[in-house]
Design a protein around this ligand. Structure first.
Ligand code: GDP
Ligand code: IMO
Ligand code: MG
Length: 428
């Protein structure tokens, strides 16, 4: 298929990068379309682990052109640090990386405001990654933003910077009692970034239009997950962008009908980082075990992830709202040794039993999961490569998930490494 979106169908960290890396074998272009350095994407192959935040996961395949499209908010220091690290490890980063000149830039006040808000909120903190994501997207839609292309017009950039500093200093100094932002220091810092990222900056919209016209295979790499989407997620406990498939056309400039296929990535259980409702969270022994076995600690912040059972209600919602054509289940190996595997199939609420996701975070936090149980499996599945290598109970569990989710499961990941994959059907 020519264009495929790989998105997270849960609360992020589903293993999107692992799937993108796999599919990138035959892709020409890999595109990040939203989010920023809040993303932590892990790829493991030949015993090496790569952690990426802004650079698309396709960078590990030499033949792939990687695009950071305009829907992404770009933190120049993180980007440059990542490029440097990749190069140190022998990965080629040059004209195979294109940063959109329309992308918004994360400025120093975005991080500071993000952290200050979190600090002020105390126990009610949102649990953001502290990367300035929300404030940067807020400036974008309130016409205050500074875009990558603006960095190359010194007078225009200075004007935008001055306007922002005036406004942000009123907030930082007057409301928070912080040190003011200094114009000259920031101007010089960003002048330096502009110079250093210049080799990568280009017109990503035209690049993608041409790639589509030429019939190239394009992968869109989602960040975060559908349940963290600013519109579809558990608002306000969400991220600042459309992490759903809708984010692809708006974040890249390709026409909506140019997207041929949507792959939803989901763990065989569920995790969440930060605050917000999580109906199937297990704060007892099962949750602890999932965290230990699954090594559930954030790639970006190192925070322990909250863990719980697979939520088919949330998954159906993701399937329907994104037109997910196929599901890739990851981390099946982590479920080894549980006597029973729980799947949430509905929620009990004060208004009765429902099988859809309620609109408000408060309603979702009151939803009590209704579980179905399937038999667990004892066998180590990390060496499985064909469906018949999987124990019958694991196959039964997958068939049950498929039936509950409303979309076929095309592949199952049984370990973090490139080759630890079982194709169940199709040519993915
Ligand atoms: P992403 O943000 O969706 O790309 O996912 P992350 O990289 O944040 O988190 C997924 C984690 O699970 C990474 O540490 C991966 O190396 C790891 N992982 C991916 N697939 C599997 C799998 O099938 N089994 C196990 N045990 N780990 C996996
Ligand atoms: P990947 O791409 C998991 C969560 C944060 C917080 C909320 C808002 O690796 O799946 P933000 O910093 O975006 O303003 O934080 O969203 N969050 C993620 N959780 N995976 C991610 O990215 C996330 N990016 C943001 O923990 O709850
Ligand atoms: Mg992650």
């Amino acid at each position: 298929m020519a264009t495929t979106c790989v998105l997270g169908a849960q609360w992020g960290d589903e293993g999107k990068a692992r799937v993108v890396d796999l599919l990138a074998d035959t892709a020409d272009v890999v595109v990040r379309y939203q989010g920023g350095s809040n993303a932590g994407h892990t790829v493991v192959f030949e015993g090496e682990t790569y952690r990426l935040h802004l650079v698309p996961s396709g960078i590990l395949r030499r033949h792939v052109t990687c695009v950071v499209a305009h829907g992404v908010v770009v933190d120049c220091a993180t980007l440059l640090g990542e490029v440097e690290e990749l190069r140190t490890r022998g990965v080629t980063v040059g004209d195979n990386l294109v940063i959109s000149d329309r992308a918004h830039v994360v400025m120093p006040w975005h991080r500071r405001l993000d952290l200050l808000r979190e600090e002020q909120a105390g126990a009610r903190a949102h649990g953001t990654t502290g990367r300035g994501i929300g404030p940067c997207y807020a400036d974008k839609v309130s016409y205050r933003g500074i875009r990558v292309g603006d960095l190359y017009d010194p007078d225009w950039f200075a004007e935008r910077l001055r306007m922002n500093i005036e406004e942000k200093n009123r907030i930082l100094v007057d409301a928070y009692g912080e040190e003011p932002l200094q114009f000259a220091a920031i101007r010089d810092e960003y002048r330096d970034y502009a110079e250093r990222i210049a080799p990568f900056v280009g017109d990503a919209v035209t690049l993608l239009h041409d790639a589509i016209d030429d019939g190239r295979e394009i992968l869109f790499e989602g960040a975060q997950g559908v349940l963290l989407d600013v519109d579809l997620g558990s608002y306000p406990y969400v991220t600042g962008s459309n992490s759903c498939a809708l984010g692809v056309p708006s974040g890249t400039g390709i026409p909506p009908r140019a997207l041929d296929r949507v792959i939803g990535v989901a763990k065989a259980y569920m995790t969440r980082v930060g605050a917000g409702p999580f109906p199937t969270e297990d704060e007892g022994e099962d949750g602890r075990r999932l965290r230990d076995e699954g090594n559930e600690y954030g790639t970006t912040t190192g925070r322990p992830r909250r863990c719980g059972w697979f939520d088919a209600v949330g998954m159906r919602y993701s399937v329907r709202s994104n037109g997910i054509d196929e599901i890739v289940i990851v981390k099946l190996d982590v479920l080894r040794g549980f006597e029973r595997l729980k799947v949430c199939v509905a929620y009990d609420t004060p208004q009765g039993r429902i099988d859809t996701v309620p609109a408000t975070a408060s309603a979702l936090s009151r939803a009590v999961p209704v579980y179905e149980e399937r038999p667990g499996f004892e066998e180590d599945v990390t060496g499985a490569r064909r469906p018949e290598d999987l124990p019958a109970a694991a196959r039964d569990f997958l068939a049950y998930l498929e039936q509950q989710c409303g979309a076929p499961i095309s592949q199952v990941s049984v370990g973090p490494s490139r080759e630890q994959i079982v194709r169940l059907r199709g040519d993915t």
